[in-house]
Design a protein around this ligand. Structure first.
Ligand SMILES: Cc1cc2nc3c(=O)[nH]c(=O)nc-3n(C[C@H](O)[C@H](O)[C@H](O)COP(=O)(O)OP(=O)(O)OC[C@H]3O[C@@H](n4cnc5c(N)ncnc54)[C@H](O)[C@@H]3O)c2cc1C
Length: 455
């Protein structure tokens, strides 16, 4: 083959690290990265300039290279600001972005690579190869295509209840638009609460931004379960692991309910012995994908319906210093977490009125708020995605929705299309954070190399 052409759709952490490994494994290839952000390699998570947005994984586990969890920590130790952090620190994500920039510089020095500042909207076959079309109508021929589009943006449909119409000025820019949000925060009044839809890590980031930019009013945050992510704690070696939990679950029949019971039992036992449930969650991690793959589609659906939210708050924890801020807001009565369903939103001349029904109840409650911030997290049901790319790939049968309803799967293996990261959530569950993505990026690059050599 002449120079192989590889198109990477999505230039976040996954696209960056796939490019890193491709530049080693297929050094003769030409790489095209389609990424709408002006700067590629950071993605949603690491584009934030806010120093109060911290990593939710300790520094010594955030290495971007496969098999080298300490690589980031080693890099940080050589930086001027490195001295103020320890291996167990939760470092600002904007510092992690500098680490990713240093890897990008290395890739760009080594590989033939262009960054196209545009979104991919379609992938079509052309003979034995493919052609990727971007939002500007340009076409990018590809011998191999990697889909690394990360966290699916939730559909705006369904965000507000049917029949609710809210003028734009009541909706604050999301936490991801740091500049837009900080400008709007200055115009907020302290005497009227702010409404946040969502109580997960995105809500937590938003509260950190609101605090930093001087918002002194109250916040009402609503989600279906009202669950707040739990904090990390310092674990000493004796508390850190429950080595048998993975094997215990593997030995049981693949039923979510049985696993849940065994997990609870192990966590209680560890706690009684002076340990911590976090050690049990962390010990499960090397087994999660294998356990997940044993479950039937029905059991996976059961997990997503009943346990996903509980799992997420235990598994994706917040930094202790962030938790301290959130705790203080709650203790001062400035942050109220509600569990329930938003049923109606109406806009008046100065305020908006939200109607909601508490979980397990029927009567409607009402709050008058000055504005709303949507922090609802990724939209994992790609059949409802507003991404033209996923709509086309699903319609053309290149991708199928996963049986669980979460994420997608490739219809045909070995077709020259590869996929990694969050779109694979239905197939692997653990596929969204750096410790998994760094291995996936290396594996994808190797699979692409083998595919190119076989054609
Ligand atoms: C706020 C936040 C904080 C996080 N903190 C941590 C953490 O501390 N530690 C950790 O391990 N994990 C963390 N994560 C998990 C995070 O998802 C991963 O660490 C990692 O950044 C995911 O990278 P990704 O490239 O797969 O996805 P993303 O970062 O979402 O990047 C995907 C990229 O694809 C682009 N894209 C999407 N569709 C298209 C298209 N059609 N055409 C072209 N480009 C497209 C997007 O613009 C985006 O830049 C965090 C996630 C979020 C959202």
């Amino acid at each position: 083959m002449a120079t192989p052409r590889i198109v990477i759709i999505g230039g976040g952490f996954s696209g960056l690290m796939a490019a890193y490994h491709l530049s080693h494994h297929v050094p003769e290839a030409h790489l095209t990265v389609l990424e709408p952000y002006a700067e590629w390699g950071l993605g949603l998570a690491y584009s934030t300039p806010e120093p109060v947005h911290l990593l939710n994984v300790r520094a010594d586990r955030m290495g971007a290279l496969a098999g080298q969890p300490g690589h980031f920590w080693a890099w940080l130790s050589t930086q001027p600001e490195g001295g103020i952090y320890a291996a167990g620190s939760f470092v600002p994500r904007c510092i992690y972005a500098n680490y990713l920039r240093s890897l990008r510089v290395a890739i760009e020095a080594r590989a033939s690579l262009i960054h196209v500042v545009s979104e991919a909207v379609a992938v079509h076959p052309r003979g034995d190869t493919h052609v990727v079309t971007d939002a500007d109508g340009k076409q990018w021929p590809a011998d191999a295509v990697l889909i690394a589009t990360g966290n699916p943006v939730p559909s705006s449909e369904g965000l507000l209840p049917k029949g609710s119409h809210v003028p734009e000025y009541y909706l604050l820019p999301s936490a991801w638009n740091a500049q837009g949000l900080s400008e709007r925060i200055r115009s907020l009044r302290p005497d009227r609460p702010l409404f946040i839809l969502g109580t997960g890590l995105t809500m937590v980031d938003s509260v950190m931004s609101l605090q930093r930019h001087g918002y002194s009013g109250r916040i009402i945050a609503l989600s279906r379960h009202g669950h707040l992510p739990l904090p990390h704690v310092e674990l000493d070696a004796s508390m850190e692991m429950h080595p048998h939990i993975g094997e215990t679950l593997m030995s049981l029949p693949p039923r979510v309910r049985l696993w849940c019971r065994a997990f609870r039992h192990a966590a209680e036992q560890v706690t009684r012995q002076g340990g911590d449930w976090r050690g049990v969650v962390d010990a499960l991690r090397p087994y999660t994908v294998r356990l997940w793959q044993r479950l039937s589609a029905t059991e996976k659906k059961r997990f997503f319906r009943h346990l996903f939210s509980v799992w997420n708050i235990h598994r994706h924890r917040m930094a202790p210093e962030v938790h301290a801020v959130i705790d203080a807001w709650r203790a001062e009565g400035r942050l109220a977490l509600l569990a329930g369903r938003l049923t109606h939103v109406e806009a008046g001349p100065e305020d908006m009125r939200i109607h909601w029904v508490p979980r397990g109840k029927n009567e409607v409650q009402i709050h008058d708020v000055q504005a709303m911030l949507a922090c609802v997290g990724p939209g994992y049901d790609m059949r409802r995605s507003r991404s033209p790319l996923f709509q086309q790939l699903l319609k053309d049968g290149v991708l199928n929705a996963h049986d669980s309803g979460y994420g997608v799967v490739l219809h045909q293996a070995n077709s020259g299309i590869f996929m990694m990261g969050t779109p694979c959530i239905g197939a692997s569950l653990e596929t969204t954070a750096v410790p998994e993505l760094r291995d996936q990026a290396a594996n994808c690059a190797m699979a692409i190399k083998e595919y190119l050599h076989s054609t």
